[in-house]
Design a protein around this ligand. Structure first.
Ligand SMILES: *[C@@H]1O[C@H](CO)[C@@H](O)[C@H](O)[C@H]1NC(C)=O
Ligand SMILES: *[C@@H]1O[C@H](CO)[C@@H](O)[C@H](O)[C@H]1NC(C)=O
Ligand SMILES: *[C@@H]1O[C@H](CO)[C@@H](O)[C@H](O)[C@H]1NC(C)=O
Ligand SMILES: *[C@@H]1O[C@H](CO)[C@@H](O)[C@H](O)[C@H]1NC(C)=O
Ligand SMILES: *[C@@H]1O[C@H](CO)[C@@H](O)[C@H](O)[C@H]1NC(C)=O
Ligand SMILES: *[C@@H]1O[C@H](CO)[C@@H](O)[C@H](O)[C@H]1NC(C)=O
Ligand SMILES: *[C@@H]1O[C@H](CO)[C@@H](O)[C@H](O)[C@H]1NC(C)=O
Ligand SMILES: *[C@@H]1O[C@H](CO)[C@@H](O)[C@H](O)[C@H]1NC(C)=O
Ligand SMILES: *[C@@H]1O[C@H](CO)[C@@H](O)[C@H](O)[C@H]1NC(C)=O
Ligand SMILES: *[C@@H]1O[C@H](CO)[C@@H](O)[C@H](O)[C@H]1NC(C)=O
Length: 401
């Protein structure tokens, strides 16, 4: 490789300024699997937010430093402790019967496997008469978050004809406090669609740097997030990878979806399992080192603070309805959506399999790695040893380097 010929000092400079060796993306897998975020080094020069060091410190556009500190973890035996089960009729007109927690447990729709894997699934044992709604689940986190970094590690997401799952966040008084759809698809789609739904006045800036594409209806780009226009299609970005939803996503063992929401932008990254960044695996995520996201809603044409506030996290699996029902005839799926609902074996893949969901919050740093006074006084939730130690060690390492 060309790097062999470079002096070590130059390499060190590249390392410190870019946060990673350019060679790191020349992973042999990258040429075969198309789910790596595209790396565009040129943007690192112009966008302060992309600036990062090996220590995991990220920077706001005004130059202030911060790290992402873990706030909550949903995983293993305790995964279902802090959620409510939604049992109303589906607001998106799905032909679904959302069951309560006791029914979900009794019928094994939601459970935790012995190895800690969390399962949420639809009924795939009952044969239904034509027109009947199928049992499924929709859960809402009891904790609400006002900004954060949400990292979901999952083995599989529901997919298949008539099936419409979503992993999303939403505020009260919809759409006044916004909705962020992180993972969503229907039928046998292969591309994940990320979407935002808001009050009027929030637009998706197509000039923001992201790798996905903005879909259009009859040539009109879906950049208007206003939930009141275009039948609430929202502003959307479709991931370019064929492995971001559906059969290929599942075939490669799922992966990690990360949604970063702060006052600057709301961005979503997806990583296939073989390419999960080390900082994510280590629990010290550093989005600035991940390259451009799949999708971004930037504050240039949407005031994030005004349009998004205090979101709960939601997982659901619905059927037919506004998206999966209205689009059914345009797919390769057989018969009608309601006919599809009758046979339980059609729902064997209507399953979420989750390793963990972790929520991090932004912690501003004073200077170059010292905690601010504010951080010190919030030690109730802040484990100082978890942040100061790694930061010091990494700072030391980069000096030694
Ligand atoms: C810099 O911007 C961040 C938000 O991006 C804000 O929280 C912080 O207070 C700002 N710092 C200064 C010194 O303006
Ligand atoms: C849950 O739903 C079942 C079936 O509709 C019902 O019989 C049961 O009373 C419900 N349980 C609670 C706690 O609401
Ligand atoms: C749920 O799973 C348990 C343990 O695997 C099993 O004993 C039980 O029969 C299952 N219940 C139903 C309704 O499938
Ligand atoms: C609309 O989207 C299609 C793909 O869905 C694309 O081929 C076409 O170029 C787009 N049109 C415009 C005007 O962006
Ligand atoms: C729609 O997006 C395409 C790129 O995807 C761009 O070429 C086109 O100019 C956009 N159309 C409008 C009306 O903004
Ligand atoms: C967003 O709106 C708030 C409240 O009106 C304002 O303080 C803030 O400066 C705005 N942010 C941007 C990026 O325009
Ligand atoms: C479920 O997934 C498996 C593995 O990809 C596939 O072979 C099967 O056809 C799928 N079943 C349905 C009902 O979609
Ligand atoms: C139902 O779905 C689960 C999860 O995909 C699967 O393990 C099971 O074999 C399926 N079929 C039946 C009859 O339960
Ligand atoms: C932080 O580091 C930068 C570059 O290394 C330096 O210019 C700046 O003075 C430092 N700031 C503080 C508060 O130490
Ligand atoms: C803080 O983190 C350290 C290292 O992970 C751990 O050993 C310690 O138990 C934690 N302390 C608290 C109060 O959580």
């Amino acid at each position: 490789m060309i790097y062999d010929a470079l002096p070590l000092s130059l390499l060190a400079i590249i390392f410190l300024f870019f946060g990673a060796l350019p060679g790191a993306v020349a992973d042999p897998l990258a040429s075969r699997i198309d789910w790596l975020p595209r790396f565009r080094p040129s943007t690192h020069f112009v966008d302060l937010q992309q600036r990062t060091t090996r220590s995991g410190i990220n920077y706001n556009p005004n130059g202030s430093a911060f790290v992402w500190l873990q706030q909550d973890e949903y995983s293993g035996k305790t995964f279902f402790d802090k959620w409510t089960y939604f049992t109303d009729p589906d607001p998106t007109q799905g032909h679904v019967n959302y069951v309560n927690q006791s029914t979900a447990i009794a019928k094994n729709y939601t459970y935790v496997q012995a190895d800690g894997t969390v399962i949420m699934k639809a009924d795939n044992t009952s044969t239904l008469p034509l027109g009947a709604y199928r049992d499924s689940v929709r859960i809402t986190s009891t904790t609400k978050y006002n900004t954060g970094l949400f990292i979901l590690d999952l083995n599989r997401a529901p997919w298949g004809c008539a099936i419409w799952p979503a992993f999303w966040t939403v505020g009260d008084n919809w759409p006044a406090n916004g909705e962020i759809d992180i993972l969503e698809g229907v039928h046998d789609n292969e591309h994940n669609q990320i979407a935002w739904h808001t009050n009027p006045g929030c637009l998706l800036d197509p000039n923001a740097i992201f790798t996905g594409t903005i879909p259009n209806d009859s040539g009109v780009n879906r950049t208007n997030c206003d939930a009141n226009v275009d039948s609430n299609s929202g502003c959307d970005v479709v991931e370019w990878s064929r492995a971001s939803y559906g059969p290929y996503f599942e075939a490669q063992g799922g992966g990690v979806l990360a949604m970063k929401w702060d006052e600057n932008d709301i961005s979503v990254w997806s990583f296939f399992r073989a390419a999960i960044p080390a900082d994510v695996a280590a629990g010290t995520p550093s989005p600035a080192s991940w390259g451009p996201p799949s999708a971004m809603l930037k504050n240039t044409q949407c005031n994030i603070t005004t349009y998004f506030a205090w979101h709960s996290i939601v997982f659901d699996i619905t059927f037919c309805g506004e998206w999966a029902g209205n689009s059914y005839a345009t797919t390769n799926c057989p018969g009608t959506c309601d006919e599809r609902l009758m046979d339980p074996t059609n729902f064997d893949n209507a399953t979420w399999s989750i390793n963990s969901l972790k929520v991090y919050r932004k912690q501003l740093l004073a200077g170059n790695g010292t905690l601010t006074a504010a951080a010190r006084t919030t030690s109730g939730t802040l484990n100082i040893s978890k942040i100061v130690l790694p930061v010091l060690v990494m700072a030391l390492l980069s000096i030694v380097w």
